[in-house]
Ligand binder design. Structure first.
Ligand SMILES: [Zn+2]
Ligand SMILES: [Zn+2]
Length: 177
């Protein structure tokens, strides 16, 4: 959906929306995630003479691939949105004596804010660089490729035992100091 900033009243505009996955996929282009549920957002739009503020919360779920065991899993997103748009490039530079990049301000072209783009951008920011299906995912054996969440494979067993022994030794030497 798009909001014409001329329609934002002085007291602000409240949006309580649920955007279908398909609408966001349509504008997403090449992204590495699949959106699994409608993106629910609760936003407040406020405007001053020179700026428009978009603030609120959003929630959805994505399908990601675990960086350790390579399984696909559902990743819940719950995120805060806080964006400032400058109405005209001159404002940010002349009034605040800052470049757009320094100010962290988005330049608003025309009168419309595309809320779907705002939501999609926030989703992209929320995707972790190394997603894991669960914090204690044990991943795949680097020798035989077995999923170590299903149990130990033969080849990693001695290595594991050694590691445990090493940790125990560190522990006892720390204690004695
Ligand atoms: Zn995993
Ligand atoms: Zn193995």
């Amino acid at each position: 959906m798009k909001v014409d900033i001329r329609d934002i009243p002085a007291e602000g505009l409240q949006l309580d929306i649920a955007v279908e996955e398909s609408e966001l996929h349509a504008i997403a282009g090449e992204v590495v995630f699949l959106i699994l549920s409608p993106v629910a957002a609760n936003l407040t739009l406020l405007k001053s003479d020179g700026e428009v503020f978009v603030r609120g919360d959003m929630a959805s779920a994505l399908k990601l691939q675990c960086a350790r065991c390579l399984k696909e899993f559902e990743y819940k997103i719950s995120s805060h949105i806080d964006i400032v748009y400058a109405r005209g490039a001159e404002y940010a530079i002349k009034e605040k004596k800052l470049t757009q990049a320094e100010a962290g301000i988005n330049h608003l072209e025309g009168h419309e804010i595309d809320i779907n783009s705002v939501l999609l951008e926030q989703l992209s920011l929320d995707v972790p660089m190394q997603p894991v299906c669960r914090p204690d995912c044990r991943g795949l054996c680097h020798r035989c490729g077995a999923d170590l969440n299903q149990g130990q494979c033969g080849c990693s067993a001695p290595e594991q035992a050694n590691q445990r022994f090493a940790r125990l030794k560190t522990f006892s030497s720390t204690r004695s100091n």
